[in-house]
Design a protein around this ligand. Sequence first.
Ligand code: GRF
Length: 232
Amino acid sequence: MPSFKKVFSFAVLISGSGSNLQAVLDAIENGIIPGARIELVISDREDAYGLERAENKDITNLVIDKNDTSGLLKLLNPKSIDGIILAGYLSILPPEVIEKYSGKIINIHPALLPMFGGRGFYGIRVHQAVLASGAPYSGATAHIVDCGIDTGPAIVRGVVPVLTGDTAEDLQKRVLEVEHIILVIAVKAMVEDRIKEMIEKPAVYMDTKEKNGVLEFARGLAELGDSLKGEL
Ligand code: GRF
């Protein structure tokens, strides 16, 4: 009897353009994450362009009332959904969903957690705070969701140098590109049941295509390394 590898089905929760959703869709289509499928896309905003991205791939997609996410639990059935990806999702998950999918919910955050995370740190505000702090680098973190806000264990980080003259929008754009890459790395790790080992030694993705700023980037990484050691 041939052994059929079980497909790992995800629900993806969005609130906006869905570029992170698209990155996962493309990775699945390109065979980068064999064994993964997106079963359902749920948005807490009816104008989220990510819904159209789901529609284009014939993926069931629907909108929930962001003020009443209790309906979310009913939509997320472990018989058909193995894991959840928060891809730019802005509402707070009901605790019963976090409990039901404990260890199986990935969030992508546009900063190097634990820095610049937590209540109020979302969207452009994150990058404004990074620039205001004078930090020589920023980046993104894919992490497992726990009952806190942006407090779950990191799976993989991507570091992005802050360049002289960067506006918050410039930084957001470069960080978003790295989000797409590290989210795929984290999703693939979950499908391949490697999350535990990655949490024990969170990888740091290094995008050296930026010619200028590499020195600051390397220095930043070294500093980050120290703070990371503190976490391990
Ligand atoms: C982006 O700002 C990203 O940093 C954060 O959510 C926002 C929307 O991302 N994770 P997306 O294009 O909807 O995936």
